[in-house]
Every structure is written in structure tokens, then in C-alpha cells.
Ligand binder design. Structure first.
Ligand code: G4P
Length: 510
């Protein structure tokens, strides 16, 4: 095994409440990263309390920030990238999914596939990210395993390969049977948790035996090639809360999940075996540490061995940056990294030079592709309560656009800047951060626009002709790219028909 093939960089996708936090915590405990149950949440709560704007997060009970957790087990380094689960933050989540090599899909046994799971799954499919399924909460009354497996197969159009089977559920729960190894993990004590009791060739109730026989005959056998290709998902049943299935999940990630993959880039895809250090920024977060007003760019390393102090250059802009104090995220403790390998995530402190989508490399001769900016679905005008704060407002809006939290559009005509977000909640986050971090009191007004498209044309004259005739609807994004703001999505179609030489893009690849 090499330092490359022993990396597993993955995310957990799920609908809120399915048990992602609980499972994350158990994975970290199993990997020795933390020792106290409940610590992920406790640390989370602590961290949240430190920053004012994150109060929203507490009030709404959702996770706005995302983080990276690293743990090691049996010689494998696991990098777990946390994705915010709330639908309003889907853009952020999508970007995080560009930085993983595989995903674990957590499903609540009583609820099956839910809306958010499905959306996230589609993103994984788009990028051919292979998926291991964990059906959680089998210690409670849930739906029949067959029903759940059929639903996964039908809704997601995937082959399913059951790897384990719950022996009863809820009141009749007697553990989880490992199909390949003919053994069962058994509950113990009054809490009915798994404490390590494994029974070989266990005696099972007849009903369970029959089910397992039927399942063996009725579903696909696990096939690593089909899994890696995204055509099949192995399904593990378990209970994150009671520790069933957690060790099996880690073993499955170690055994089957792919290590770092080649990444799409120009002029050519980058192989993890390449010797030049390259990576891309998939997330930028401000004020992680209120003591320092810096920001952290989360970079996924794609090739080469990164060493502390190394100079990396952002492709297309900027001078080389000497990365003296990179951060490895180890169970949320900052640790200084001396070396990092493809698949690892490093945090690079900077003062706003690095942006989401940036490629960093030694020679600045490659550019990673495929990190999208999404067309905002909600546009609002920002109205300053104190007009002397224009400069601060501009800085704040630029900063947040850079982080990828919101998009900002500067109209060609008029002084009312427009911000665009993908979900309603981001508006609250924006106002709250303006006030807490930038001391700018502002309000939001309805804008006469509902959506925006990045416009381009092969012949600059065509674009200019279009822009001149639609001046009142034209704006520039933070990077100066021309944007057409439309009153309705219908208008976009209408205008696009009239200007066939102009391209209207709902996403902009950086
Ligand atoms: P999320 O991050 O996906 O949103 O879910 P989270 O882990 O916070 O779990 C949501 C609820 O489901 C929690 O209960 C949690 O204890 C429970 N849960 C998670 N895994 C299991 C499981 O395997 N079995 C059972 N029975 N419950 C599980 P809560 O009461 O909403 O929160 P809390 O007060 O326990 O923190």
C-alpha cells in the first residue's frame, strides 16, 4: 500500500435527522480520533457559541459550517468531509462533493429515501462518486428491509447488494447478521448496545433465516467493479446510536472505496501519482477562529507530496504563496501538517487571496475544472441603513462572494447592489454576518429580478450589442463577468431565443 492508495476521502450524504452526526461521531470514536461520546456535538456547540452570526445555526438547529475530520484505522487514513445537510446550503454541499472520492449514504430505516438524500445522490451520480449505503436506526421500528432495498433500487436506479441484515427491528431487534461471514453482532445490557459480542454461525429466528435466504437469492451479489462504477451500492444495516454496523462500514470503506482518483483538469486530467503538487480550493471559510480575522481555504490535494513551507501558485492570478502554516483537520483540532498526500485536505490561512475554485500548484500550469457556480434563485437589493458605510459593505459583499456563500452583482446602472443566493436561509446569514463581522447595518429589498445568467458570446460585438440594448438588466459579478438579470425564468428563455449568438449560462465553471 502506498501513501496514495491508503487514503479514503469521503462524505456522508443524508437527509436531516437520518443520523449523520451520530454516525460521524461513532466513526471518529472507532478511529480513535475522539474518545467521549457526544463530543462532536459538544465541540460543535462550543464552537458555535463563539461567533455571533452562528447563532442562526443554533436557533435553527442546522449546521452552516462544514469541516474536515481525519482519522486513521488499520493503516488507512480516512478524510471525512462534512457537508451541511440543510437544503439551503446545497451549493456549498455540491462543492464539497467535488472534493471526495466516495460517499456514504445514510438512510433512516423508517423513512427510506428522502428529498435531500436524493438530490445529493444525483450530484454523486453526476460525478460518478461510488456510494456505500447505511440503513440506520434498525434498533427502532422501521420499514421492512426488502421494502427499503427495493426503494433504493427503484428510486435511484441502482443495483443493491445487501451485505448485512437486521435480525428483527424495534422491540424484536436481536442484532445485525453479517451475510458474507455468517456471524451476528449482538446487543448487550439494558441499553441493548453493541459492545463487541460477535456470534459465529448464530442461531437465528426462522423468519430472519428465511428473509436472508430470500435476500441472497433475490439481489445482486456485491461486485467491486460495479460499485466503483456507480452502478451498484452495497447496503449495510445498522444503528449508529447503538454502535451496530459502524466497524463494518469502516471496513467496507477500507476494502472497497476508491483511493484518490484522477481529477478533471486542463490541459489534461491530473493523476494522483503525478509528482507535482496540485490541488483545488473547494471551500473558503472566514473567521473560523475569532482571534484571527483570516480565512481558511480548504484545498484538496490532487497530486504530489505537500510539505510545509512549500510555495504554491494560484493558476491565473496571484503570486506564489508560501504555505508555512497549513492546517490538517484532526477531529476539529487544528494541527500543523508537515506532509500531506493526494486525497488529503489542507487548510491554508490567507487574507482573501484564495477563492473557491482556485487551482494551486507548483508550476501554475494546470487548472482543475468542474467546480460550478450556480445561478442564484433569489435576488435581493441591499439597502444600507447608514450611507457612510458603502466601502465596508462592498468589502463584506466581496468577501462573502469569495467564500461562495452568496453571489454579488453590481448593476451597470444605479447604485443598488444586488445579491443572489440559492436558498432563503443564506439571506439571514448574510444580514447577520454583515452586522456581526463588518458592523454594517443593512436591509434587503425585493429586486425587480428573479434570476441571473452569465452571458458570453464568441464574438465580443454580439455580446456588446446585447448588453447595450439590455443595459438596465446588466450587471457584473465579483470577478467582472457580465451577468444578465431576468425578471422571470421565462424571460431568460424569451431573450435567449431572440439573441441566438449569446450564451446564457446557469452555472459558471471557475
Ligand atoms: P443528523 O445529523 O442526520 O441530522 O442526525 P443526528 O445524528 O443528529 O440524529 C437525529 C436523531 O436520531 C437524534 O435524536 C439521534 O439520537 C437519533 N439517532 C441517530 N442514530 C440513531 C439510531 O441508530 N437509532 C436511534 N434509535 N436513533 C438514532 P434526537 O432525539 O433528535 O437528538 P438527540 O437529542 O438525541 O441529540
Amino acid at each position: 500500500m502506498t501513501r496514495i492508495s491508503d487514503r479514503r476521502t469521503f462524505a456522508i450524504i443524508s437527509h436531516p435527522d437520518a443520523g449523520k452526526t451520530t454516525l460521524t461521531e461513532k466513526l471518529l470514536v472507532a478511529g480513535g480520533a475522539i474518545h467521549l461520546a457526544g463530543e462532536v456535538k459538544a465541540r460543535g456547540a462550543n464552537r458555535r457559541a463563539r461567533s455571533d452570526w452562528m447563532k442562526i445555526e443554533q436557533q435553527r438547529g442546522i449546521s452552516v459550517t462544514s469541516s474536515v475530520m481525519t482519522f486513521e484505522k488499520d493503516g488507512i487514513t480516512f478524510n471525512l468531509l462534512d457537508t451541511p445537510g440543510h437544503e439551503d446550503f446545497s451549493e456549498d454541499t455540491y462543492r464539497t462533493l467535488t472534493a471526495v472520492d466516495s460517499a456514504v449514504m445514510v438512510i433512516d430505516a423508517a423513512r427510506g429515501i428522502e428529498a435531500q438524500t436524493r438530490k445529493l445522490f444525483e450530484v454523486c451520480r453526476l460525478r460518478s462518486v461510488p456510494i456505500i449505503t447505511f440503513v440506520n436506526k434498525v434498533d427502532r421500528e422501521g420499514r421492512a428491509p426488502f421494502e427499503l432495498l427495493d426503494e433504493i433500487a427503484d428510486v435511484l436506479a441502482l443495483d443493491v447488494a445487501p451485505m448485512s441484515w437486521p435480525v428483527g427491528m424495534g422491540g424484536t431487534f436481536e442484532g445485525v447478521y453479517d451475510i458474507a461471514h455468517d456471524r451476528a453482532a449482538r446487543p448487550e445490557g439494558p441499553s441493548r448496545e453493541f459492545h463487541g459480542k460477535i456470534e459465529a454461525a448464530p442461531a437465528l429466528p426462522e423468519a430472519a433465516r428465511d428473509e436472508i435466504e430470500l435476500a441472497r437469492a433475490g439481489y445482486a451479489a456485491f461486485d467491486e467493479g460495479a460499485y466503483r462504477h456507480g452502478d451498484l451500492t452495497p447496503v449495510y444495516f445498522g444503528s449508529a446510536l447503538k454502535d451496530f454496523g459502524v466497524a463494518e462500514l469502516i471496513d467496507a470503506l477500507a476494502a472497497y472505496a476508491p483511493g484518490p482518483r484522477s481529477q478533471p483538469a486542463e490541459p489534461a486530467p491530473v493523476s494522483p501519482e503525478g509528482s507535482e503538487v496540485t490541488g483545488f480550493v473547494f471551500k473558503v471559510q472566514a473567521n473560523m477562529d475569532p482571534q484571527h480575522r483570516d480565512r481558511i481555504a480548504f484545498m484538496r490535494l490532487c497530486s504530489g507530496t505537500f510539505r510545509r513551507g512549500m510555495k504554491l501558485t494560484p493558476t491565473g492570478h496571484g503570486k506564489p504563496i508560501a504555505v508555512h502554516s497549513p492546517i490538517l483537520f484532526f477531529a476539529q483540532n487544528r494541527e500543523l501538517a508537515d506532509e500531506a498526500f493526494p486525497g488529503d485536505i489542507i487548510g491554508i490561512p490567507n487574507h482573501g487571496t484564495l477563492r473557491v475554485g482556485d487551482t494551486l500548484s507548483e508550476k501554475a500550469a494546470v487548472r482543475f475544472t468542474g467546480l460550478p457556480n450556480f445561478a442564484p434563485e433569489i435576488l435581493r437589493r441591499v439597502v444600507l441603513k447608514d450611507p457612510t458605510k458603502t466601502k465596508q459593505l462592498r468589502k463584506a459583499l466581496d468577501d462573502m462572494a469569495e467564500e461562495g456563500v452568496t453571489q454579488v452583482f453590481y448593476p451597470e446602472i444605479g447604485a443598488n447592489w444586488v445579491i443572489g443566493v440559492v436558498g432563503q436561509l443564506q439571506l439571514d446569514v448574510l444580514l447577520s454576518r454583515l452586522e456581526a463581522e463588518y458592523k454594517v447595518a443593512a436591509g434587503l429589498e425585493m429586486a425587480p429580478f428573479e434570476t441571473a445568467r452569465w452571458v458570453s458570446a464568441d464574438d465580443p460585438a454580439d455580446l456588446k450589442a446585447f448588453a447595450d440594448l439590455n443595459r438596465a438588466a446588466m450587471a457584473r459579478d465579483r470577478d467582472g463577468n457580465p451577468v444578465f438579470m431576468a425578471k422571470t425564468a421565462w424571460e431568460v428563455g424569451y431573450v435567449a431565443d431572440r439573441y441566438p449568438k449569446v450564451r446564457f449560462a446557469a452555472t459558471r465553471e471557475r
